[in-house]
Design a binder for this molecule. Structure first.
Ligand SMILES: [Zn+2]
Ligand SMILES: [Zn+2]
Length: 388
């Protein structure tokens, strides 16, 4: 029975010594294996994982490797478990933890920075200077679930208390997996972007971050909020999440459409979530002079950018990596107040043991899949091998 020294457990929450975990072998190959249940250290808890959402970045990692970095290199054949958008129930407390109780439902931020570098001290722990340094002689204690340390496609995981967000009983497991996605949009709009009520926002690209970017911008009081994209079914969800206008870029020039919809003027912010090769140039034409562009997606290849236009018009351009400055807590506050219904982007749920099917739905957008979730409860003991 699981009873590590210094770790607080409860008879209400019996924990096995071993768990099922998906492990990445060669690119695209996942197998379900037994692993020891991890042990929380100081300021960490053990979370029983109840649900995990699949992210486009998981697909990048599973098929190509980066941005995961395991022991300073590619994540293949290192007994690595991916998955980073998870929620669950606190099952055991590491030494010194009294901030959470066993049995409490939580959702989890991805990044626990080292806590000792300049960026961590500023609250920008997703830009930790010691990113990926969590092993060997250079162990700085950095963790990014499913990127630099084991993630959530398994039954239990350890998490620093600073990465936990308490959630209300009324919030479903699936909705709770979306808090971190909304938190990323929040971080881009407020902490990095400085959005205030009444400013105008364009979101380009109706993926999960784009759609929740619309919802968060509207909840923050932005006006108008305009969403651009190519798929009418996703643009429709954008309208349901609060977009004032949507533009299908296959029918209309997006720059002209944005100016027409905003009284002939450019907007205050563009949140770029499409990764299209010309997206930065179009965004720079959508913002007014002195406007801001948050880059949340990127094309695979380097692309030409009209820098002169950006300079002459005093345009701010910044990238965003994940969720920082506890923005996730504020996103959760919006969601528990039901300021928007994030579940509109959740389309499918599978058991954890069917992860390969879930990945196929997410990758190939089977049945218009947007957010696909796997749930761990009741996983059977059968071992499966998936090679896609
Ligand atoms: Zn993600
Ligand atoms: Zn750091």
């Amino acid at each position: 029975m699981y009873a590590p020294k210094g770790v607080k457990t409860s008879s209400d929450f019996p924990i096995p010594d071993k768990m099922k975990a998906w492990v990445l072998g060669e690119p695209g190959q996942l197998s379900l294996k037994d692993k020891p249940v991890p042990v929380p250290k100081r300021a960490e808890v053990l979370v029983r994982i109840d649900a995990v959402a699949i992210c486009a970045t998981d697909l990048e990692i599973i098929y190509h490797g980066p941005p995961a970095s395991i022991q300073g290199g590619l994540p293949f054949n290192k007994n690595f478990t991916p998955g980073h958008e998870y929620m669950g129930t606190v099952a055991a407390l590491g030494p010194g933890v009294d901030e959470y109780r066993i049995g409490q439902r939580v959702t989890v931020e991805i990044h626990a920075g080292c806590g000792q570098c300049k960026r961590c001290r500023e609250g920008m722990y997703t830009s930790c200077h010691n990113y990926g340094l969590n092993y060997g002689d250079v162990d700085k204690g950095h963790r990014a679930n499913g990127f630099t340390t084991d993630g959530g496609f398994c039954e239990y995981q350890v998490n620093n208390i600073n990465t936990l967000v308490a959630i209300p009983d009324e919030m479903s497991d699936e909705e709770a997996t979306l808090v971190v996605t909304a938190g990323t949009a929040m971080y881009g709009l407020t902490e990095l972007g400085g959005l205030i009520a009444g400013e105008s926002v364009v979101v380009t690209g109706p993926g999960p971050i784009g759609l929740l970017g619309v919802a968060v911008a509207k909840a923050l009081g932005a006006q108008p909020v305009i969403l651009t994209g190519t798929r009418d079914n996703r643009l429709k969800i954008g309208l349901e999440l609060g977009a004032d206008y949507v533009v299908n870029v296959q029918n209309e020039d997006p720059v002209e459409a944005v100016r027409r919809l905003n009284g002939g003027k450019g907007v205050d912010y563009v949140v770029e979530c499409s990764g299209a090769p010309n997206a930065v140039n179009e965004a720079a034409k959508m913002v007014s002079r002195g406007g801001k562009i948050c880059l949340a997606a990127f094309p695979r290849e380097a692309v030409p950018v009209d820098i002169a236009h950006i300079v002459r018009n005093n345009i701010y351009l910044f990238g965003i990596r994940g969720e920082g400055k506890s923005a996730t807590h504020r996103a959760e506050a919006f969601m528990s107040q039901k300021r928007f219904d994030a579940t509109k982007i959740h389309t499918h749920t599978f058991p954890l043991e069917d992860l390969p099917t879930a990945i196929r739905y997410a990758k190939d957008r089977v049945e218009d899949a947007i957010k696909v979730v796997v749930k761990a409860k009741g996983v059977s003991a059968t071992h499966k091998v998936a090679a896609e």
